[in-house]
Design a protein around this ligand. Sequence first.
Ligand code: APR
Length: 227
Amino acid sequence: MQRHIVVLTGAGISAESGLSTFRDNGGLWEQHSVYDVATPEAFARNQELVLRFYNERRRQLATAQPNRAHRLLAELEQSHRVTIVTQNVDDLHERGGSSRVVHLHGELTKARSSFNPELIYDIGYRDIQLGEQCECGQQLRPHIVWFGEEVPMLQAAADIVRTADDLLIVGTSLQVYPAAGLIHEVERDVPITVIDPGEAPGVSRARVIRKGAGEGVAEWIANFLAR
Ligand code: APR
């Protein structure tokens, strides 16, 4: 039976594609207040500011490319069962070739009705305009999970992590719940590896590869395949 590799990723895996992380120096939350651009209250208060924040990130994503880490994880699917559980809203895992990707915090390339969350539209990298409406006449919003909102994919992600034979954590500070709590869903004997060049998040029994995502994932895969 093939080992099931589950990879929990965060903004750090997309850093080498030129996309800002949130909490590193110069990160997105240093340039913007979460409460101005990433909460339902922010959207109720100033739809234009929130739409502009995500339009800028979508335009930047249009010019970003998957990096070595995204591509290596996709290639691993040729010999193993790999599921990506990502906090990222970019589409770089998919563009890198991964076929099983669960987005915990939504997707930049989708918009949805600000009234009915079931009405979701693929918009690629284009802007969402103020005044652009869903079929029920309500303003379109980014298909992003804002702070304080439910995480619809959480149960699906927890079920996936529970079936992991190996858990790889790449490029996340594990500071945001409930996503960060997923690491407690793995069975006790499942090896956990953290790949992060910075102060690795506190995962007690994890092995740490203190390197950037590209180099770190390459090293992990080499060790894994040599087992
Ligand atoms: N390779 C790997 N990891 C890196 C790299 C790199 N080149 N550069 C930075 N990192 C690490 C940082 O050391 C840090 O631990 O990536 C992590 C990024 O952490 P955050 O900026 O907090 O991003 P993330 O953990 O994904 O944030 C989680 O917070 O704001 C919300 O919804 C947002 O999904 C996001 C969530």
